[in-house]
Design a protein around this ligand. Structure first.
Ligand code: TYD
Length: 140
């Protein structure tokens, strides 16, 4: 998979003096059916999350509160994206090694996922990821 398939989606923002509202709706804003929602919170300073890839999972990641960085790696190139707005979603396609780091205090990372939790979909060994990533047509 090419890192350039990962992209920032600007979500709708309904500005209101009482507070802003954003939403995520398929199929245009998320290019997959949402099967699962999970969130990271109470992340201690200096902790990293992620450090794995998925064989088939598509995700949309949003900094609902606070900020953090997502390092993306397709086996050939890396890029780091800072998420710090609740109206921005980062779409991550399958076969991208991702590491979440530099969480601000109080950061909440919301993830919309295309599949239910399945440990068999994870690649947690970086060398195994590189080998699979270099093999064309291995994954969805
Ligand atoms: P993991 O995906 O490794 O966390 P992160 O990528 O955010 O660092 O998951 C951590 C643990 O939580 C692991 O034991 C699997 C479990 N888990 C679930 O049971 N369901 C889920 O939806 C997720 C994302 C994780």
């Amino acid at each position: 998979m090419d890192i350039n398939l990962c992209r920032i989606e600007n979500l709708p923002r309904i500005a209101d003096a009482r507070g802003n509202l954003s939403f995520v709706e398929g199929p245009t804003l998320v290019p997959f059916d949402i099967q699962r929602v999970y969130y990271l919170y109470d992340v201690p300073g200096g902790a990293d999350r992620g450090a794995h890839a998925h064989k088939a999972l598509h995700q949309l990641m949003i900094a609902l509160s606070g900020a953090f960085e997502v390092e993306l790696d397709d086996g050939k190139r890396k890029k780091t994206i800072r998420l710090d707005r609740a109206y921005r979603g980062l779409y991550i396609c399958p076969m991208i090694w991702r590491t979440l780091q530099n969480f601000s205090s109080g950061a909440v990372c919301l993830v919309l996922a295309s599949e239910r939790y399945d440990e068999a979909d994870y690649i947690r060994d970086y060398d195994a990821f590189l080998e699979l990533a270099r093999r064309p047509g291995t994954c969805a």
